[in-house]
Ligand binder design. Structure first.
Ligand code: GAP
Length: 446
């Protein structure tokens, strides 16, 4: 059976432990905007880094970009966003709340039951103006997707990297959508981050690459620990395809509110390059050296949400286990994603113990993000680390002062092993890389 956790538990953990806070909370918060706290920012960073490593740095056929959020307004004419990036909006005639009509089940206001207006199209792009004078000519938009920055740089990338088809461009960055209905914590917000790939291929090979990326992206989530039962592929029906898409499939995750899109993989055909060539008057062709023909490449686009990934990884990692008379809350986060990799815990605050623990702490933090905690009982400290997903704890006790050994405790199994301090770094590295944890001491105490 797929596993579903309640959203309240995730929200509560995130606020309690400093993963995610409501934006501008001291002013009452700002609807659907969120701030990442000290642990959240590390988790998010680790997700982005894992994605960047996998899709850019470990491949020969990909390069990265970081393009600006504000783009020439013609971009949005060419892309179709100015005309077509709209949702149908209805308003309640009594309470004046606004709804997306395609989200509603009945014909009345879900809040007060009042009568609704006829739907009208509402463009989701945020408008602002550039320069000191606010006038029609100075209107620019906050990008609603990072994709367009990569399309308009296609020729720059070709000229400077001499890449040959098939190759791709990747980008991570903020996107903004004036969503009519938001909610479900960070699932749908008005300011969010995307991790997008635009993969350029020869027409005719697009189906093969579409299938390739579908599998590749699904495997990325699996490798980072998401349970296969909580993921599914959902091909789009013809009538729900975006205006640019020939084919699209979502990778859905079983979020607390049900199955919903985590990432979309689309075959965009030649729509984008052809449109930008037409509107800019610049050639965005590719010279096929085999056939000596100029072609417009097709684009396969795997587009993932960073915030939705954060939510999916948190939901999937969350567990409650009975432990003696208490409930142990823990995040089984993959070590690559865990905000803190190791916690160093001296058994007491005795001076000589603290000095030994601090020395180990100083050494380990050269390599990983490490936490030092000497407050309260050792059991409470283990629980605190479990709850934020720290894979390993190193306990320094009085015996350590004599035998130069410390205890490593595993978050998931709670098993412990004792190792010489001289071998600590190597052992931690091996365990963080997935070496199984057993209770057998690796070294005899002699
Ligand atoms: N360039 C294609 C594109 O933007 P999309 O399906 O509209 O496609 C891609 O968005 C991904 O961006 C989604 O799968 C989702 O993870 C994320 N996303 C979209 N709108 C979002 C929102 N309002 N809040 C959080 N994430 C969002």
């Amino acid at each position: 059976m797929p596993k579903k956790v309640e959203m309240e538990k995730i929200v509560s953990l995130c606020q309690r432990r400093g993963f995610i806070f409501p934006s501008s909370e001291i002013y009452g918060g700002l609807s659907s905007c969120w701030d990442y706290g000290p642990l959240g920012v590390e988790l998010k960073q680790n997700i982005k880094q894992a994605w960047w490593r996998a899709v850019v740095q470990q491949r020969d056929d990909m390069v990265g970009l970081d393009t600006s959020i504000l783009m020439h307004p013609q971009t949005w004419v060419a892309s179709g966003h100015l005309e077509g990036f709209s949702d149908p909006l209805v308003e309640c005639k009594s309470c004046h709340l606004r709804w997306r009509s395609d989200d509603l089940e009945g014909n009345n206001c879900p809040s007060c039951g009042g009568e609704l207006t006829e739907p009208r199209l509402f463009n989701l792009m945020f408008k602002t103006s550039m320069g000191p004078i606010e006038e029609e000519a100075s209107v620019v938009y906050l990008r609603p997707e990072t994709a367009q920055g990569m399309f308009v740089n296609f020729q720059n990338v070709l000229n400077t990297t001499r890449k040959k088809l098939p190759f791709g461009i990747a980008q991570i960055g903020k996107a903004f959508r004036n969503e009519i209905t938001t909610g479900n914590f960070i699932f749908r917000s008005r300011e969010f981050e995307q991790m997008e790939i635009e993969f350029f291929v020869k027409p005719g090979s697009d189906q093969e690459w579409f299938n390739y990326w579908l599998e590749e992206r699904l495997n990325w989530y699996l490798k980072l620990g998401i349970d296969r039962q909580n993921l599914r592929l959902r091909p789009h029906r013809q009538e729900e395809l975006a205006h640019y898409a020939r084919e699209c499939s979502d990778i859905d995750y079983l979020f607390p509110m049900g199955w919903a899109e985590l990432e979309g993989i689309a075959n965009r055909g030649d729509f984008d390059l052809a449109q930008h060539a037409r509107y800019s008057g610049k050639s965005l062709n590719y010279l096929d050296e085999e056939t000596k023909e100029h072609i417009i490449p097709y684009i396969i686009e795997p587009s993932a949400g960073v915030d939705r990934s954060v939510l999916a990884f948190l939901c999937d990692a969350y567990a409650e286990e009975a432990d003696k008379n208490e409930t142990r809350v823990l995040l089984h986060l993959h070590p690559t994603l865990a905000p803190i990799k190791v916690a160093v815990l001296p058994l007491s605050r005795r001076e000589n113990l603290v000095a030994a623990a601090k020395k180990i702490y100083a050494d380990l933090r050269q390599q990983w993000l490490v936490s030092y905690d000497d407050a309260q009982s050792i059991g409470r400290r283990y629980r605190r680390q479990d709850e934020i997903g720290t894979p390993l704890c190193v306990t320094v006790d009085f015996q350590s002062l004599e035998d130069e050994q410390v205890t490593i405790r595993d978050r998931d199994s709670m098993n412990q092993i004792r190792v010489p301090i001289s071998e600590l770094k190597n052992t931690l590295q091996a365990k963080l890389s997935g070496e199984p944890f057993d209770t057998q001491p690796l070294w005899t105490t002699g």
